[in-house]
Design a protein around this ligand. Structure first.
Ligand SMILES: C=C1C[C@]23C[C@H]1CC[C@H]2[C@@]12CCC[C@@](C)(C(=O)O1)[C@H]2[C@@H]3C(=O)O
Ligand SMILES: O=C(O)CCC(=O)C(=O)O
Ligand SMILES: [Fe+2]
Length: 337
């Protein structure tokens, strides 16, 4: 995949509310069938309150890299509040949203997905990325009326962080990470980010792409998808499998840092989003992982050969930001046999 970021930087953002047909900039050659296969089956469902939840999570991560989580303790009322605020944001006129545009080189704010520059066509999607308080960007959109938006987004991140810690503890126990290497879990050091995603209705969904295939960089992602389907994960040997929204459930994805820390026992999952002719779609993704300065590496077992070199989270993030497709293979240790 070529980095076509210079050309991409000059792309004119599309005002989705005014388009009646699919512009060439958003028409993908074969969006729905990149491997010609369509998978069956569906990702496992895990009940967090079940005494066997940890084992179920391990099996799901080994074979699917994703699972639906029930009984997670996040109140539906909070999720609904996030939905209200996301709707309030994304239904604003384009010129209002552009006030909160992400500045070059930074992560937070409104705009296309950060991976967009690596694809030749634009995605049928808008996003808003938050780390901690979104007040800087929210104030630009709503100078006198940003407090409620900020309060809800901060509260959601707080609750998501607690849940992510609980799931991370189980996963790192399964992986066999030593206690001193997981001191960051539950500390204020850990990194979290919230991505609000909006996929408007699309006049030609067969030729458009909501979010192009990617793996998430962090350790794990906890995703809420509102009623509309569209998310698909790639299952090895099977193809693209839809992840249908279960009312009240959250989807958990294994990310690249978990891939490395588990020595590929829990591989990060490739996923994408398709779009719909009549229905818009919202999703909220919370990314959780170790702080930037942490050194990550496969666990040191006597008889297992590490497949990745040790590196800091920051170093991995930089490698991934420059070349998402080759990031994992570029830190693979060459086999000497
Ligand atoms: C902490 C993160 C995780 C990021 C980067 C940064 C904030 C925004 C995240 C996303 C959100 C949308 C998909 C993705 C692939 C993208 O383009 O931006 C994600 C990316 C990653 O997982 O790599
Ligand atoms: O919208 C979705 O269901 C997936 C979003 C996603 O993959 C992401 O934000 O990283
Ligand atoms: Fe993702």
């Amino acid at each position: 995949m070529a980095n076509i970021s210079e050309e991409a930087a000059n792309r004119i953002p599309l005002d989705f509310s005014s388009v009646k047909s699919l512009p060439d900039s958003h028409a993908w050659p074969h969006p729905g069938c990149s491997d010609g296969l369509s998978g069956s089956g569906s990702i496992p469902v895990v009940d967090l309150m079940d005494p066997n939840a940890m084992e179920a999570i391990g099996l799901a991560c080994e074979s699917w890299g994703a699972f639906q989580l029930n009984n997670h303790g996040i109140p539906l009322s909070l999720i609904e509040q996030v939905e209200v605020q996301a709707t309030r944001l994304f239904t604003l006129p384009a010129h209002r949203k552009f006030k909160a545009q992400r500045s070059p080189g930074s992560i937070t704010g409104y705009g296309p997905a950060l991976i967009s520059p690596f694809f030749p066509k634009s995605m049928w999607h808008e996003g808003f990325t938050i780390i901690g308080s979104p007040s800087d960007h929210a104030k630009r959109i709503w100078p006198y009326d940003h407090a409620r938006f900020c309060e809800i987004m901060e509260n959601y991140q707080k609750q998501m962080k607690k849940l992510a810690e609980e799931v991370t503890r189980m996963i790192l126990k399964l992986v066999g990470v030593r206690d001193e290497e997981k001191e960051w879990v539950g500390s204020s050091e850990s990194s979290g980010a919230l991505q609000l995603n909006w996929y408007p209705p699309c006049p030609e969904p067969e030729r458009a792409m909501g979010l192009a295939p990617h793996t998430d960089t962090s350790l794990l992602t906890i995703l809420y998808q509102a009623q509309t389907s569209g998310l698909e994960i790639l299952k090895q040997g099977e193809g693209w499998v839809p992840v249908r929204p279960h009312p009240g459930a959250l989807v958990v994805h294994a990310g690249d840092l978990l891939h490395v820390m588990s020595n590929a026992r829990f591989p990060s999952v490739l996923h994408r989003v398709t779009v719909n002719r009549t229905r818009q779609r919202y999703s909220f993704a919370y990314f959780y992982g170790p702080p930037q300065h942490c050194v990550i590496s496969p666990p040191a077992f006597q008889n297992s050969v590490p497949r990745f070199r040790a590196l800091t989270v920051k170093e991995y993030m930089d490698i991934k930001a420059n070349n998402p497709d080759l990031a994992l293979s570029s830190i693979t240790i060459a086999s000497t046999h």
